[in-house]
Design a protein around this ligand. Structure first.
Ligand SMILES: [Zn+2]
Length: 207
């Protein structure tokens, strides 16, 4: 099934992964509903290089990518539980005990590094780059695991919020000055709320 472009409003890749199921209009959309969806979401999220996606897809056995998409959805819903439990206040050290499934995923890493010509800033002609082997379709879960781990290690959970839209499930990290962000986006929920408030005012005036 071909969906509209996925939603990237989380201001953190780990939250964008949670937002890969959402209700942008009236019907819920799961962008990771099968293997093909997973490939397209990873491409849009820029978590896996296009040539790696092509190569994994070309070598996958029938049904294999769908199985990985099932695992990605399980990982997503497990992580959603963690974020929901801890959002709104700084993460405490004892939360580590809950992160065992994520550490288990990270342990599967099968990467190596290589010295290559320097492409970015820095001194000297070389830099070291980590390269993934992408040997099996399950390797597609590793960059997701890294995004979740980076999120846990770098994000202030006090800034993690759920959109205030009544039917909205989207999560975001509020990096605005004053931490005043309330909506996933003006286009999706902000305007809807403004219109509802406007209708409410009109009704009150008429009464
Ligand atoms: Zn919203």
């Amino acid at each position: 099934m071909v969906h509209a472009p996925a939603i990237f409003i989380g201001d953190a890749p780990g939250l964008d992964f949670l937002n890969s199921i959402a209700t942008p209009v009236d019907t819920p959309v799961d962008w990771i509903d099968d293997g093909e969806g997973l490939l397209r979401w990873l491409e849009q999220a820029r978590l896996v290089p296009a040539e790696a996606l092509e190569s994994v897809a070309a070598h996958a056995l029938p049904g294999e990518l769908d199985t990985v998409a099932d695992q990605a959805r399980s990982l997503r819903e497990w992580f959603r539980g963690f974020v929901r439990r801890h959002k709104g206040r700084p993460l405490a050290a004892d939360a580590l005990a809950e992160l065992t499934p994520l550490n288990r995923l990270l342990e599967r890493e099968d990467a190596f590094s290589r010295i290559i010509p320097r492409t970015g800033d820095g001194s000297g002609p070389f830099q070291r780059r980590t390269i993934r082997r992408w040997r099996t379709p399950e390797a597609l879960l590793l960059p997701i695991g890294e995004a979740l781990a980076d999120f846990v290690c770098t994000e202030d959970f006090a800034d993690v919020k759920a959109c205030e839209g009544p039917a909205c499930t989207l999560l975001f990290a509020d990096h605005t000055r004053g931490r005043a962000r309330r909506w996933c986006s003006m286009a999706l929920c902000g305007n809807r709320a403004k219109q509802a408030a406007h209708r409410h005012r009109l009704k009150a005036q008429r009464q």
